[in-house]
Design a protein around this ligand. Structure first.
Ligand code: FES
Ligand SMILES: [Fe+2]
Length: 398
């Protein structure tokens, strides 16, 4: 053991610390940033199906403010908030059969931003109408969620399907949820999305944060320190955690952080052994906040919501400040890393191998897009087979 008690010079104090810095390439998501352009090559869920309605709804995605609505013919639309006429917000617009009508002078836009009516203009003046386009993004609906593609139109991939949500066991159906399962906290989490995404390849925190600091937050099986291996696969980083249980059986848990922001994490409650039952998508709202959408195979309505963690029998928002301090969970750990974690101050060690692998994988995708190529996992084949993940909780005889 090195003697750490006698440092005659008292070096290593906090005095004169270097200004900390984060890696902007992997964290910043705005238009024109490197990660922002990578993420704009994929579809992202931006709301539950019911969020697109005849009441215009403000959404913020990858640093862009947008308005989500559904015209009265049932088509969902996502448009830039400021009206192409003189900028009043379509948040105050009225949804009609054909689209959304601006409250200020009544211009009507369809879900693709075409200007259909300018009621204050004389018939002759309306000749410019065909050239006016309210900026819009394509949307689709799948798995109970509304998805958008915010990238270059000529690079629009097909909206992927996933075997975990396509192949249902008897009695199962698909349900979506936006109440932040896995985030542990409120629906909008005030820190950079990468802090959460990296957490997916960090199985050791499960034992310390969720198994020791918070008491047994999940199940006793998860409190045992696992033997972990990581593998970079085409679509992400796979984590395999092996635990030998007291009855001699071997518990093999495989999870994956998949491109672009997918959480392919089997339930930590190990309620059922078998293949992964849900997929989560981390949606970067901007550089300093994110939220999570989840779709899963369930047997009862509300099952995903009921899976939310409780500490002291309480949901995160019911805890007192003292309980938050004494029983920290994912929210406390990840948000306290900073608005954006200071990568220059980190000391990555053996148990962070998955984090290093995930950062390398992301950097590689960023480089591909910057070089004009397609990142991993985008497909332009409308008949592409559903994506299969190995993830699950498996119980095996030793
Ligand atoms: S600002 Fe929207 S119609 Fe005039
Ligand atoms: Fe966690």
């Amino acid at each position: 053991m090195p003697d750490t008690t006698t440092d005659p010079l008292d070096t290593g104090t906090a005095y004169g610390r270097k200004q900390p810095a984060y890696n902007p390439i992997l964290t910043e998501v705005g238009a024109g940033t490197l990660m922002g352009e990578l993420l704009r090559r994929y579809w992202h869920p931006i709301g539950l199906t019911r969020d697109a309605s005849d009441t215009p709804r403000k959404v913020r995605v990858l640093g862009e403010d947008l308005i989500l609505f559904r015209d009265r013919a049932g088509r969902p639309g996502l448009v830039h908030p400021h009206c192409a006429h003189r900028g009043a917000s379509l948040y105050y617009g009225r949804v009609e059969e054909q689209g959304i009508r601006c409250c200020y002078h009544g211009w009507l836009f369809d879900v693709q931003g075409h200007c259909l009516e300018q009621p204050c203009e004389p018939e002759a003046g309306q000749r410019t109408r065909g050239r006016i386009r309210q900026p819009w993004y394509p949307v689709q609906e799948l798995y109970g969620m509304v998805w958008t593609y915010m990238g270059p139109p000529e690079k629009k991939p097909v909206l992927p399907r996933y075997a975990a949500l396509e192949v249902l066991d008897k009695g199962e159906f698909i349900e979506a949820d936006d109440s932040s399962i896995g985030g542990g906290g409120p629906p909008v989490i005030p820190c950079n999305w990468l802090q959460h995404y990296e957490n997916l390849v960090d199985p050791f925190h499960v034992v310390i944060l969720h198994g020791s600091f918070s008491g047994t937050q999940f199940v006793k099986e998860m409190d045992v320190l696992p033997v972990v291996t990581w593998d970079t696969v085409e679509l992400g980083v796979c984590t395999t955690s092996i635990r030998r249980l007291s009855d001699g059986k071997v518990f093999r848990r495989i999870s994956q952080a998949a491109l672009p922001t997918l959480r392919v994490i089997p339930s930590p409650r190990v309620g059922r052994y078998g293949r992964v039952e849900s997929i989560g998508w981390v949606l970067p709202i901007d550089d300093h906040s994110f939220r999570i959408y989840v779709a899963g195979r369930v047997r009862e309505h509300g099952e995903l919501v009921r899976m939310r963690s409780r500490l002291n029998g309480k949901l995160w928002e019911e805890l007192t400040e003292e309980e938050h301090r004494r029983l920290p969970g994912d929210y406390e750990a990840q948000v306290s890393q900073g608005k954006i974690a200071c990568h220059s101050d980190e000391h990555l060690v053996t148990s962070d191998k998955g984090v290093a692998m995930l950062r390398r994988l992301l950097q590689k995708q960023v480089d591909l897009v910057r070089d004009g190529k397609d990142p991993a996992g985008v497909s332009f084949d409308p008949d592409a087979a559903p994506v299969v993940f190995d993830a699950g909780n498996f119980l095996e005889d030793a």
